[in-house]
Every structure is written in structure tokens, then in C-alpha cells.
Design a protein around this ligand. Structure first.
Ligand SMILES: O=C(O)C(=O)C[C@]1(C(=O)O)C=C[C@@H](O)C=C1
Length: 387
């Protein structure tokens, strides 16, 4: 190992060093001159694209750019700046006590995407708002276009959705909940098209990865698109005869496709975990099982990651996830004598404790002694449902 070199600055492009003890300052709303009109089924785009998704014939959506807030309803967002930043209570993230009525929840994809179902699982009576990309969903919350975003973070077969890990750091949203959703993939095609007619199959890369063995067995060429339901929509709109889509049964129904095979994922236990994001954190509780997500970077040195993880082990705090991502703005670190260059990482850790728990606070205080950067992404109720 290299000799230890302490980096005393926060990594560039990271938000201010934050601790669970920080007072959270809410972001100011971007524009408070909001028209009274309420539009339903908004589809949010960061830019106009000429992809297949730009044809909205099938789902009656309204397109808008995220730099315009003209379509935001003001029955959700008050004009009174004093009353705007209200910390959510931990109850508000609970599906048991809040059905999400009046909440506008952004998800990535078009109607029929699994993310839409996850949003509806989190908030059964919400208005689910489709967004073209993950970034767009983050921005929609930040710009007060919607109240929450529900975005996938990991899948039991396909692994982590790295893009969303990176976006969590780039944006200032807080994790206020998680949703586990059982994903059952179907192979679908236009009416009259049979499995033997298919040469290719379209879907989201995660969905294709989750069906890897089955699709290889059928000898189908895989084509990646933005989301599963978008694949179904494309196959339907273009009346493709040689291509099918991997998507949900809901997508087959919405876009008028026939299901050729059901439950085609490589393992019947195919669970995607989604995060619920909001502008404000919730007050962590101890009334039910909570999880806390953090991200940190470390000094270079022998056993430093071991030391970092030991702050939890010493206090009997269980870790449920650890992910490392390259520290992009400072991807390499050189040793003191310039003889070696090392990759530099950010570590994302989920641990099973609430920030209201003294034990968890002590663990983070301990970690801060040698972390070069630490941010709490959220402390939120665990989804203990059987999906
Ligand atoms: O494409 C969709 O339907 C999505 O909701 C995205 C997504 C993902 O990104 O992992 C969500 C759940 C499934 O694991 C497959 C795809």
C-alpha cells in the first residue's frame, strides 16, 4: 500500500460537507409565479429528442421542458415562501398512513414502466409523472414541478443502477423512503407475430440483463432503449414484425401487444429496490425499522476501508449495501513520492439504523474522524413488505 496522504478538501463537485447534525436549509423554489391551471399526465423532458419516445400518440401526455414551470399546479406548491419548506414527517413516507393523494411523483420511463408501478406502490393515489431520463426526475423535484421522485437503485439479478448513485451526489435531494418491487418480465410482440418470427428484442439494459439466459436461449439480438415500456411502445407504434419487447404485462395492455411468454427473468425472485426522493428530509424515527444511506471518501492508507466499516461493526450496526464509485473530478491520487497512482473512490453505504438512534450518530461521528468527505443521503423507513 502507498504511504498515507491526507486530502483535507471536500471532493470537487460535491455538495457541502454534511452531517446528520446539520440543520437542513431548503432550496428556494425556482419560480413562484405559478399559473392556477393543473395539467395531468405531464411528461417531463430535459430536451426535445427525435427518439421514438417523442411520439406520444398512445398516452395523451403533455411535453414540457424542465426549465419551464408553467405547467405546475399551484394546489400543491403554495405561493407563500414562508410555508414552503416543511420537513416531511416520517409518517408522510409511509404507505400505511399516506396514500399519496395530491402528491405528484416523478419516475423515469413512459406509462407501463416498472418505475410507475413502484411510484404507485409508494403512494397509491399519487399522480405519477413520466420523465425521459433519471436526471430529469431529479430536476423535476428540485424545480418544484413534482413532490417526489421514485428511482431504481439496485436489482437482485442485475445489480446496482450506477447512474442513480452518481446523481444522488450531484443533486441535493434526500432519500425519504424505499420501495421493493417484484419485477415479472414478459416477452411481447404485435398481434399475429410469433416467437419464431422474432430476430431482435428491445428493452431497458437492466431488463435485458435480468433475462440474459432466456434471451440467449431464444437466439434474439438485444437492443437497449430507455425503459421497458418505451420498448413496448416503440414496437407497437412502428408495427414491428421482427422485434419484440421485454416489459411488464401492464405495458403489453397499454400498447396493445400480445404476451408471448411470461416470467422470463432468469430467477423468479427478481426484485428491484427503488428510492423515494424529496426536497426535504424526513424526521428519522425509532418506531419501526429504519435504514440510513451515506456516502463518504477516505484518506489513502493501509486498512482505511476496514477502519471505516468497523465503526458500524463495533456498534453492532448491520450494513445492507456497499457500493464504490470513482471520484470523477479527482479520479486518481498520486503517492507522496510520485511513484504510484491510485484510483480514488466514493463509498456508498446503507446501514440498518435510524439517525435518531444515538448508536448511529456515534458511528458517524467516529467515521468523520478519518473520512475526507461524508454526507448523509437520508434516514428512512425500510420497506419490509414481501414486495
Ligand atoms: O424500464 C423500466 O420499466 C424501469 O422502470 C427501469 C428499470 C431499471 O432501471 O432497473 C426498473 C425495474 C426493472 O429492474 C427494469 C428496469
Amino acid at each position: 500500500m502507498a504511504s498515507s496522504r491526507i486530502i483535507s478538501h471536500s471532493p470537487p463537485n460535491l455538495h457541502r460537507q454534511s452531517s446528520p447534525f446539520d440543520t437542513v436549509k431548503p432550496l428556494p423554489p425556482q419560480n413562484l409565479n405559478l399559473p392556477p391551471k393543473r395539467h395531468r399526465n405531464l411528461r417531463i423532458h430535459t430536451s426535445l429528442r427525435s427518439s421514438s419516445h417523442s411520439n406520444n400518440d398512445l398516452n395523451d401526455t403533455v411535453e414540457l421542458r424542465t426549465n419551464s414551470v408553467s405547467a405546475v399546479s399551484n394546489d400543491v406548491v403554495s405561493k407563500d415562501p414562508i410555508s414552503l419548506p416543511r420537513p416531511l414527517s416520517s409518517n408522510q413516507s409511509s404507505t400505511a398512513v399516506s396514500d399519496g393523494s395530491r402528491l405528484r411523483v416523478a419516475y423515469q420511463g413512459v406509462r407501463g414502466a416498472y418505475s410507475e408501478s413502484a411510484a404507485q406502490k409508494a403512494y397509491p393515489n399519487c399522480e405519477a409523472v413520466p420523465c425521459e431520463q433519471f436526471d430529469t426526475a431529479f430536476e423535476a423535484v428540485e424545480r418544484w414541478l413534482v413532490d417526489r421522485a421514485v428511482l431504481p437503485i439496485e436489482n437482485s439479478l442485475g445489480g446496482s443502477i450506477h447512474r442513480n448513485y452518481d446523481l444522488l451526489l450531484r443533486h441535493r435531494l434526500h432519500i425519504v423512503g424505499e420501495v421493493k418491487y417484484a419485477v415479472h418480465h414478459c416477452l411481447m410482440a404485435n398481434p399475429g407475430v410469433k416467437l419464431e418470427n422474432l430476430k431482435r428484442v428491445l428493452s431497458h439494459p437492466q431488463a435485458l440483463a435480468q433475462c440474459e439466459n432466456t434471451l440467449t436461449g431464444w437466439g434474439l439480438v438485444r437492443e437497449a432503449v430507455d425503459d421497458t415500456a418505451g420498448a413496448a411502445k416503440h414496437v407497437a407504434l412502428n408495427n414491428l414484425q421482427d422485434a419484440g419487447a421485454v416489459a411488464s404485462s401492464a405495458a403489453a395492455e397499454i400498447y396493445g401487444l400480445n404476451i408471448l411468454a411470461q416470467d422470463i427473468q432468469d430467477d423468479s425472485d427478481n426484485i428491484t429496490r427503488f428510492l423515494v426522493l424529496a426536497r426535504e428530509p424526513i424526521l428519522p424515527g425509532i418506531d419501526r425499522p429504519f435504514k440510513t444511506s451515506i456516502v463518504f471518501s477516505l484518506e489513502e492508507g493501509p486498512g482505511i476501508l476496514f477502519k471505516a466499516l468497523a465503526v458500524f461493526a463495533l456498534r453492532q450496526i448491520n450494513l445492507s449495501k456497499i457500493e464504490s464509485r470513482p471520484l470523477r473530478k479527482q479520479p486518481l491520487r498520486t503517492s507522496d513520492d510520485n511513484s504510484n497512482r491510485y484510483f480514488d473512490y466514493l463509498f456508498y453505504v446503507d446501514f440498518e439504523a435510524s439517525m435518531a438512534d444515538q448508536n448511529a450518530q456515534n458511528a458517524l461521528r467516529h467515521l468523520k474522524e478519518f473520512a475526507t468527505f461524508l454526507r448523509v443521503l437520508g434516514s428512512y423507513p425500510m420497506d419490509i413488505s414481501m414486495t
